[in-house]
Design a protein around this ligand. Structure first.
Ligand SMILES: Cc1ncc(COP(=O)(O)O)c(C=O)c1O
Length: 386
């Protein structure tokens, strides 16, 4: 009997009870004062998380819609756009720009390796007309966090508009939108915000607005000017996902109660522990050391382990749902999400289940190695911070 599923994919993430309850209420008028108050609270709270005084727009869409809004508002057909790539989501962002007719300049790195700031500077020098730079903060497909501060600095100093996919990082991994020179940052409600999918949050700097007024791609649903005009009146241009708005408000209150620094520290601690546990079980961590993500760990399996069989067993017998590889890594890696509403006991449970499954699949005896490694990592970090 599985009493409760452990949803440990890198989003959507498990919802705290408080968030679930926040949605259990009647609909409200999205043109009324109650909605305006909630929108104001979300906007102010989100700006604190993004660390920005720029405009913040709430769009009803998944994260990709937020990214598409950036391309539709900033890029004209034929424009050169530099895309920094090191995984599947970077590829998708580049494909999105290409779909709008951009001439995409690819700055590509091996999967599992970070984007290099010096290489970005060199590409920008070779492409003085490329106004827009696309960067993935947290590459969810490889479990890697790019050195955003350095990358944004290089692009900003070269006078370019820095557009950041922060879908799987913002609210779990620190960002300083204004201090780092990020012009546009995008995230999605179903990740660290502890809400269901359905809302994208987008920040827009003055430089991005200036570019927006010149860009000539067709746009309607995702027109930022419309979104801003309505936001100033406490509304959204179209009917928003009101249920998700309730949830986002509650998730954000929980982030504030815990305190952002504590939230970031918790994600870091649980990421390290997950990494230690998986290594002890014979997995190889995929992302380069020093750049491993605090929200998702990717790892290739020990010899002989069928990833699909592992995931099925975890799901069917232990109620633990983890992710698999994407794109060229499909079937070749696992991805364990540890973002949002997650505590130490949750990551221990995931590791325990993986260890049991490895024995059942005749890969390695279950002798407590994984759980011991994850426990000592958790205790070690706790001792150091006491
Ligand atoms: C880094 C990154 N970008 C973009 C997306 C796409 O977001 P969505 O599925 O909400 O459209 C995801 C989703 O996992 C992501 O992790």
């Amino acid at each position: 009997m599985i009493f409760q599923t452990q949803l440990r994919i890198p989003g959507p993430t498990q919802l705290p009870e408080r968030v679930v309850r926040s949605m259990n209420r009647p609909m409200i008028d999205h043109r009324g004062s109650e909605f305006a108050e909630i929108l104001a609270e979300i906007t102010t709270g989100a700006k604190r998380v993004f660390k920005t005084s720029n405009d913040l727009l709430l769009l009803t869409s998944s994260g990709t819609g937020g990214l598409e809004s950036a391309i539709a508002n900033l890029v004209s057909p034929g424009d050169e756009v530099v895309a920094a790539l090191c995984g599947n989501f970077g590829e998708r962002f580049a494909a999105l720009a290409a779909a709008y007719g951009a001439d995409v300049v690819r700055l590509e790195f091996e999967w599992g390796q970070p984007v290099d700031a010096a290489d970005l500077a060199a590409v920008l020098e070779r492409h003085p007309n490329a106004k827009i730079v696309l960067v993935t903060h947290n590459e969810t497909s490889t479990g890697l966090t790019n050195p955003l501060q350095a990358l944004a600095r290089v692009a900003h100093d070269a006078g370019r508009i820095v557009v950041v996919d922060g879908v799987s990082s913002i609210s779990s991994i620190a960002i300083e939108t204004d201090a780092w020179g990020v012009d546009v940052a995008v995230t999605g409600s179903q990740k660290g915000w502890m809400a269901p999918p359905g809302l994208a949050l987008v920040t827009v700097s003055d430089r991005a607005w200036a570019q927006q007024s010149k860009a000539r791609s067709p746009r309607f649903y995702f027109d930022w000017k419309e979104a801003k005009t309505w936001a100033d009146k406490g509304m959204t241009p179209f009917t928003p996902a009101i249920g998700v708005v309730f949830a986002l408000q509650e998730g954000m209150r929980m982030l504030e109660e815990e305190g952002l620094d504590a939230v970031y520290e918790r994600h870091e601690r649980l990421a390290r522990a997950t990494q230690a546990g998986l290594e002890a079980l014979g997995f190889r961590l995929y992302a380069q050391d020093g750049y491993r993500s605090n929200t998702v760990t990717s790892a290739t399996p020990p010899p002989g382990l069928d990833v699909a069989a592992l995931r099925k067993l975890l799901n069917d017998k232990y109620g633990v749902v983890i992710g698999g590889g994407q794109g060229k890594m499909t079937g070749k890696m696992i991805r364990v999400g540890h973002l949002g509403a997650i505590a130490a006991g949750d990551v221990v449970q995931v590791l325990w289940a993986i260890e049991q499954a490895l024995e059942e699949l005749d890969i390695a005896p279950s002798d407590g190695r994984g759980v011991a490694a994850i426990s000592s990592s958790l205790q070690g970090v706790a001792a150091a911070t006491r």
